[in-house]
Design a protein around this ligand. Structure first.
Ligand code: IMP
Length: 201
């Protein structure tokens, strides 16, 4: 079974590869399809964006495509940045700029008001196939960056039950408990079913 990971984000590709490593799936990345450029994420929801990415890549390749869209939803900010997590501090913002903006916006909030969750939505698109799998992890935003691993908001996010950030975890631990791991656990079940039905080529 072949699946294209429909993202240009090399961190996501690595995590998805690690988490799906024991499956009998040949995972391709967009490096194999240089003609597919940036896919504009202009949907109103994570589901819309994940579907758009997977659909674009399936239409271009004819191979079952899997896309992830992720948002960090902060309670004190009414769920922002959410679907706008990548461009929280502007178009083409760096991870550092987004983290700085988040710290600034949360400055006035005490620890108990800094609840947040990561939500990951995965879309799987193929011939006659349109499946969604989602996973989330509750936690909180700390008041300074900590840790060097991972990417994005990892240095600011502490999952409930842990006193280290995602960025202080090694990749094995993050990939066991993360929002992406939880969504991919469900995606694995879908892929196994599709493979059993001989619907995924
Ligand atoms: P995307 O729209 O799914 O590519 O992701 C939106 C933004 O969320 C990214 O630019 C990252 O800043 C952030 N993000 C996505 N996944 C993670 C993660 O696993 N850890 C930390 N930040 C993430």
């Amino acid at each position: 079974m072949k699946v294209v990971i429909a993202t240009h984000n090399r961190h996501k590709v690595q995590e998805i590869r690690d988490i799906l490593s024991e499956q009998e799936i040949e995972l391709l990345s967009l490096d194999s399809f240089p003609e597919i450029g940036e896919i504009i994420e202009d949907g109103d929801t994570l589901e819309d964006n994940a579907r758009k990415k997977a659909r674009t890549v399936y239409n271009a390749t004819g191979i079952l495509s899997l896309a992830d869209d992720t948002g960090l939803e902060v309670e004190a900010l009414g769920g922002r940045p959410g679907v706008y997590s990548a461009r929280y501090s502007g178009e083409h913002a760096t991870y550092e700029q987004n983290n700085r903006k988040l710290l600034g916006e949360l400055k006035k909030f005490p620890p108990e008001k800094r609840k947040a969750k990561f939500r990951c939505v995965i879309s799987i698109i193929g011939k006659g196939i349109d499946e969604i799998a989602a996973g989330e992890v509750p936690g909180r935003i700390i008041d300074e960056v900590r840790g060097k691993n991972g990417f994005g908001y990892d240095p600011l996010f502490m999952a409930d039950g842990y006193d280290i950030t995602y960025a202080e975890m090694d990749s094995d631990l993050k990939n066991k408990l993360s929002h992406r791991a939880r969504a991919l656990e469900k995606a694995k079940i879908i892929l196994t079913r599709l493979s059993g039905e001989n619907r995924a080529m």
